[in-house]
Design a protein around this ligand. Sequence first.
Ligand code: NAD
Ligand code: UD1
Length: 341
Amino acid sequence: MSDKKLVLLPGGAGYIGSHTAVVLLQAGYEVLVVDNFSNSSEISLQRIENITEKKCPYVRGDIRDRKLLLEIFQQYDIYAVMNFAGLKAVGESCKKPLSYYNCNVFGVINLLEVMQERNVKTFVFSSSATVYGDAPIPYTENTPTGIPISPYGRTKLHIEQILSDLYNSDNAWNIAILRYFNPISAIENGLLGENPQGIPNNLAPYIAKVAAGKLKELAVFGNDYPTVDGTGVRDYIHIMDLAEGHLRALNYLENNHPNFNIWNLGTGSGYSVLEIVRAFEKETGITIPYKITARRPGDLPEFYADPSKAERELNWKAKRDINAMMRDLWNFIKNNPNGYE
Ligand code: NAD
Ligand code: UD1
């Protein structure tokens, strides 16, 4: 690329944003992170610079801070925004719904208002497969959205609807909604990864902590689902495949604007909890002790993507298999047993 294009990455210090920053920098974009570091560390930004040998500047701040955003848009020539900033713990969202609506919905509205004011209208949004509710599988982008089970999930659906209304009101907007399935694992060099604070809620980081000896055993939430072995089935996607999907979506918006589009980012294959445990054990040689417990309220038995729209339109397909996902997951945890500390 001759003219450098600057992409603003709110939440760019976090798990998905940091991996995407690497992919964007390596593709020749410039990035600017704005993050309040409520769930991340500046160390991830240093590591992005080490990996790419490029600058990853950042502003410490909150997407709800209108004055700060206006200053950022004044100071920098921003070309597009990919928003990763938000709260994402499903259980916590049931206990603190107002915090979730405030951060995830008000925060994004604030960002969009400032973008509108500054006439920057290219926006990529991190949505989730949770918007499909309990629709029949596999989910395509035409599958009607359902009612997500949690306030967290509902914040995603609200923003999707707001983005659709915004585009309908002004076709100059150029919007991509990416519905992630279950992102896991880490960049292959082990320098970035998922770094949840406290006891992880999600399967992959939990298994990794058991393997690292930090947790005693995995609780498998139910083995009486109508699935291959009774345990829950999900579409796990390698974080680098997901990050590359963002680059392709941005490229698509550049070549097909204005536009409003939704793409599933998943592999199209489901794995059960026990299949994941076995894949991890095979890849690492570490035994994961587990016990079967009750179902987790709100869990669906099985879901996975139909990713053919992204394949067709973005020329993107998840390339890394479940073994690579387990290998890279362990590589990060082994090298960073205390996260980024
Ligand atoms: P993460 O917590 O690792 O990253 C989010 C980042 O946003 C963090 O660095 C955090 O400090 C920052 N942040 C939070 N609120 C902010 C605010 N108000 N202002 C500025 N910065 C703020 O999460 P992630 O896994 O990287 O998720 C990124 C996005 O993708 C989130 O919107 C999440 O809901 C969505 N998503 C994630 C998953 C998943 O499995 N990880 C699945 C579907 C969708
Ligand atoms: C969860 C969220 C979803 C969010 C996604 C990514 C819920 C209900 N859903 O998805 O909204 O978008 O994370 O952040 O929390 N499991 C165990 N033991 C564990 C953890 C998980 O057996 O300790 C099982 C679950 O029952 C499920 C599978 O592993 O069958 C995957 O769980 P998880 O990693 O939490 O992802 P989701 O529930 O799919």
